[in-house]
Design a protein around this ligand. Structure first.
Ligand code: ADP
Length: 391
């Protein structure tokens, strides 16, 4: 194991979960040493899980973490018991930094203050990240910290994609398309390296899902917008809606918090299927003849295919389609249906390769290459943190 002095801690927090990883800084590559997660923070039945670099479980125990800080403490205790050292730097994943924080950077008191002011752009995602930053500052007061933004990859979105049709004063207040999952998209661009063609669409399909149109390595359009609630329908989020629906809901008596909760936690596939947001479970129910589950899947796959087709417009054609995220990497039927809806564009996949989750799943005659590539958001944070630490 490398010297403890050459390790980076990566943390990625949700409202009730904390994911973490430790990377060794040896040679040019950052290599994963440990990763783990604490779930159900503040609730019951939560677990802390820790794995080694090969995915072998090292620890699994009940977690009674009441707060994100408790979860952070239990994660660093577990890491220390497994032999991890004090990190030389800590990298945080931040979903939204608002209009003034669009680049990965070192955390300073000013950056933290600006991040706190941006919380209303991502009220569900940023507060837990800030709580973890403050816990990390408390526990590792001398360790430099870095913030990596999901919006950074889309920073240079052309105005034709970023501008909403609203009066200019709102653009000036930061009401624009930011786009998210940027660390995932960056990791795909990096993994492809020289194999990235000029016109690519990446579909990051997980509980949260978005697509990006990537022209010569740069984001030129993306489905999520001002917030990660927009775009295609997701596990529990609506995706794009007629804005009149939100007005209707407000007029019908729901307050802002209720509307926010409805749009983020009780919509999407969960709403269409009468309660199920998990893709695996939906696929099973649909196969067993459950009509609402089938409708949820049909709406999901149609939205993905429509977005890919519309990005062929943004890109002036399409050379490559990449599937990533928990669903994109694992769901044979989602990839199959999306690709069959895109046959008219020249997409053809090889059923056997799709079944075996091969890296390249396009059929030999396909005009468009189709690949499955695992997203590596944490590795990307470790890379940025290392680079920023040493630059
Ligand atoms: P998050 O956005 O929370 O990071 P993930 O990328 O982990 O989400 O994706 C979670 C989704 O991936 C769930 O809907 C889950 O059902 C789906 N998924 C995970 N494994 C499989 C699988 N083997 N087959 C189909 N779907 C899967």
């Amino acid at each position: 194991m490398p010297e403890p002095a050459s390790q980076i801690l990566v943390v990625n927090s949700g409202s009730s979960s904390l994911k973490f990883g430790v990377y060794a800084l040896e040679g040019v590559e950052e290599s994963l040493l440990f990763n783990g997660a604490v779930d159900s923070i503040g609730g019951s039945g939560g677990k802390l899980k820790l794995k080694d670099e090969n995915g072998k479980p090292l620890a699994e125990k009940d977690s009674n973490a009441k707060t994100l800080e408790d979860a952070f403490k239990s994660a660093i205790d577990a890491l220390s018991q497994a032999g991890a050292g004090t990190p030389v730097a800590i990298g945080h994943r931040i979903v939204h930094g608002g209009p003034h924080l669009r680049e990965h950077q070192r955390l300073t008191p000013d950056v933290l203050a600006t991040l706190k002011q941006a919380v209303h752009f991502a009220p569900l995602h940023d507060p837990p990240a800030i709580a973890i930053i403050e816990a990390a500052q408390k526990h590792f007061s001398h360790v430099p910290q870095f913030v990596c933004f999901d919006t950074a990859f889309h920073k240079a979105l052309p105005e034709i994609a970023a501008h909403y049709p609203l009066p200019q004063k709102y653009w000036e207040q930061g009401v624009l398309r930011y786009g998210f999952h940027g660390l995932s998209y960056e990791s795909i661009v990096r993994a492809l390296g020289d194999r990235l063609p000029a016109r690519a669409v990446v579909a990051h399909l997980g509980n949260g899902a978005s697509l990006a149109a990537i022209l010569s390595g740069k984001s030129v359009d993306t489905s999520m917008g001002l917030t990660p609630t927009g775009g295609i329908p997701m596990g529990t989020r609506t995706g794009d809606l007629d804005p009149g629906i939100i007005l209707w809901l407000l007029r019908s008596g729901l307050n802002i918090d209720q509307v926010e909760s409805l749009l983020n936690h009780d919509a999407g596939l969960k709403a269409l299927s009468n309660g199920e947001s998990d893709l695996r479970a939906l696929t099973k129910s649909s196969d067993a003849g459950d009509a609402p589950a089938k409708l949820a899947l049909d709406v999901f796959t149609r939205s993905i295919a429509k977005t890919v087709a519309s990005y062929a417009v943004s890109l002036g054609g399409l050379d490559l389609l990449v599937f990533t995220g928990g669903i994109g990497e694992n769901s044979v039927p989602v990839r199959k249906v999306v690709c069959s809806e895109l046959e008219f564009l020249g997409v053809a996949i090889d059923e056997t390769k799709n079944l075996s989750h091969a890296e390249s799943i396009s059929a030999s005659g396909s005009k468009i290459s189709v690949k499955i590539i695992a997203a590596d958001e944490d590795g990307q944070i470790a890379r940025h943190t290392r680079h920023l630490l040493t630059s």
